[in-house]
Design a protein around this ligand. Structure first.
Ligand SMILES: Nc1ncnc2c1ncn2[C@@H]1O[C@H](COP(=O)(O)OP(=O)(O)OP(=O)(O)O)[C@@H](O)[C@H]1O
Ligand SMILES: [Mg+2]
Length: 238
């Protein structure tokens, strides 16, 4: 556990009186992909938002590289090295691709350029720099959302259902980029990846470790080999 980039323990979270997350612990290590599985409405997004500071937790601890960030704002967490790709992408439809990428640099000093290695990961974005975000296909928007999160060179990348509503060829491209980030790092430093998914085959191909949420509790976790067991597929397959 000492080498974890992210280490969250005993997370409880509520929306009003509804107890959404119940004693959830999750960690993510440099160079590894941790997959968060679970059916609709079990609390996956709530957990990722809690880690990013977008919703408050009632109790528990979130640590990044050993530092307690449980009470930090989303902006402070971005500065500390978390890149967040929200469910549904949330790119700015009226801004150009280049302007969207610059938004990803908000936690960096003014004048920091968009890192050119992003175009190596996503060549399609370079061809479309002047196009409006809203005019891209769903898959291209997802690639843009990932590139925007990578612009600040995060040490932890959190992705919320990046395959949702996306055509298979782009899903493959996105999977390759995620694997490459884990294997090669970014900007000369390693990256830990936490990926939330409902698409089992995509998740199983990428997972170094996994955990399964059901009604806000972790009901299974394990390594890559354990994920291939039919019981795990049965827990998440729709
Ligand atoms: N802002 C909110 N206010 C009140 N309840 C909410 C809010 N956001 C989510 N919920 C509820 O919390 C529970 C968990 O939702 P969450 O979005 O975390 O699930 P999820 O696993 O990400 O689902 P999906 O697979 O559909 O994205 C659900 O019952 C949902 O209705
Ligand atoms: Mg969700």
């Amino acid at each position: 556990m000492n080498d974890a980039m992210l280490s969250a323990e005993g997370i409880h979270q509520y929306y009003g009186g509804s107890h959404i997350l119940r004693d959830v612990s999750v960690s993510a290590s440099p160079g590894r992909i941790t997959v968060l599985l679970g059916r609709n409405g079990v609390g996956k997004t709530s957990l990722l938002k809690s880690l990013m500071g977008l919703v408050p937790i009632r109790s528990g601890t979130v640590r990044l590289a050993g530092e307690d960030i449980s009470r930090a704002t989303p902006y402070q967490r971005a500065r500390a090295g978390i890149g967040y790709v929200p469910q549904g992408r949330e790119i700015f439809a009226r801004l150009t691709v280049e302007e969207n990428l610059r938004m990803g640099l908000a936690s960096k000093p003014g004048g920091t350029p968009v890192p050119t290695h992003l175009y190596e990961l996503f060549p399609v974005l370079q061809q479309m720099l002047r196009r409006r975000g809203g005019d891209l296909s769903g898959g291209q928007q997802q690639q843009l959302a990932i590139a925007r999160a990578l612009a600040s060179s995060p040490r932890l990348l959190i992705l919320d259902e990046p395959t949702e509503g996306i055509q298979p060829s782009i899903i493959k491209d996105i999977g390759r980029v995620i694997r490459r980030l884990a294997d090669e790092g970014l900007d000369g430093h390693p990256v830990a990846i936490l990926l939330c998914e409902q698409y089992y085959d995509f998740a199983a191909e990428l997972a170094d470790e996994f955990l399964v949420l059901e009604r806000g509790s972790v009901i299974a976790r394990g390594d890559r080999a354990a994920m291939q067991q039919p019981e795990i597929r049965g827990l998440v397959a729709i």
